[in-house]
Design a protein around this ligand. Structure first.
Ligand code: B12
Length: 293
């Protein structure tokens, strides 16, 4: 007799996986500002019921601090998600190794790309931008300073937008990388938008590849701020380098195509003008003939 095979994933009705397909099991963790007690446990269960969860099992109730109880709960979700309908705005660049990226820049661009990185405004968190820029890199992935064909400069933290822009202009930067970690009062969004506004005023926005990053930065959010890409938690330097080189080449190809189109349309305009001029003498002849009459 045939063994029943593993149940196929139903992508139209996706559910979390615990230990059986479609069991919908999830683990959640939260704290209630009350001492652990049977009443606290019951309150935690009622929260889960109100969230629409089934088969609620309180795995842990522990004292987190005086007057605080921490819960870890297993429960089953009833709801499903149609995975086939999901469309996400994401960075599409192909992930490449440092060696590949260096080779592409050397072969196809022939000069070092200038990349400036900074944590801007009053934000003093340097660790994120260091992880991307510094030679030693992050999670076994060398930083941009290690790339032979990138001229990568880490300006550190608390860099003002206007100073960063002036430097980008002076150094003819190809890409500017901005790290935003503090998000209180949406300061990260305000600062990123301010940078774009200033770059626009100086007429350099489209010349620069603008990349934002930080633990609460997402690609759609960065796009909304007027940046070209946004990277979040767990980003590795080679993710960023892969994006920069692909974006640089894409823009260069687009520009070449546009210049080509312009040239073609200039040529056809000239040809049109020539044809028109060629017809003109006849028209003149007619008028002069008329005049003669
Ligand atoms: C270390 C730290 C500090 C250190 C910073 C030291 C330093 N030189 O950086 C010190 C002590 C100075 C500090 C100060 C403050 N901190 Co602090 N700090 C942290 C802490 C513990 C770790 C941050 C960190 O280093 N993460 C590690 C790096 C590698 O991760 P990452 O930044 O996410 O970077 C990765 C990605 O996001 C991405 N990335 C990041 N930047 C960029 C940029 C680009 C271009 C790209 C492509 C990718 C990218 O790539 C990186 C690698 O994958 C966090 C809490 C936490 N656990 O996260 C709080 C935290 C960030 N700090 C916080 C706060 C509130 C402060 C203070 C305001 C506290 C105070 N009241 O004084 C001050 C702010 C000072 C200031 N002016 O900015 C809050 C921020 C809350 C918020 N969202 O607004 C946090 C979350 C703590 C908390 N839970 O409340 N802090």
């Amino acid at each position: 007799m045939n063994q029943p095979g593993p149940k196929q994933v139903n992508l139209k009705k996706l559910k979390p996986y615990g230990d059986i397909m479609d069991d919908g099991t999830i683990q959640i963790c939260f704290t209630l500002p009350v001492e652990p007690s049977p009443e606290a446990k019951e309150a935690a269960i009622r929260f889960c019921e109100k969230m629409g969860l089934d088969q609620i099992k309180v795995a842990t109730m522990e004292k987190a601090a005086d007057g605080f109880a921490l819960f870890v709960i297993y429960a089953n979700l009833r709801v499903t998600v149609d995975f086939t309908e999901i469309k996400v705005v994401k960075i599409e660049s192909k992930k490449r190794s440092r060696e590949e990226i260096d080779e592409i820049i050397k072969e196809k661009i022939g000069r070092k790309l200038v990349v400036l990185g900074a944590c801007t405004g009053y934000d003093a968190h340097t660790v994120g931008i260091d992880a991307i820029m510094n030679m030693k890199g992050f999670a076994g992935d060398y930083g941009l300073e290690r790339y032979q064909w990138l001229d990568a400069r880490n300006l550190g933290a608390q860099v003002l937008n206007e100073d960063l822009l002036q430097l980008a202009l002076r150094e003819k930067a190809d890409a500017v990388l901005i790290s935003k970690v503090v998000t209180q009062h949406n300061i990260h969004v305000k600062d990123l938008k301010d940078f774009v506004r200033r770059a626009d005023q100086l007429g350099v926005k489209d010349r620069l590849i603008l990349v934002a990053g930080g633990p609460r930065v997402t690609h759609p959010m960065a796009l909304e701020c007027g940046f070209d890409a946004g990277f979040g938690v767990g980003t590795k330097p080679s993710d960023v380098a892969s994006y920069i080189v692909e974006e640089f080449l894409k823009r260069r190809d687009q520009q070449a195509a546009e210049t080509g189109e312009k040239k073609v349309s200039q040529v056809s305009l000239k040809a049109k003008a020539k044809r028109k001029n060629a017809k003109k003498p006849k028209a003149k002849a007619k008028t002069s003939a008329k005049k003669r009459k």
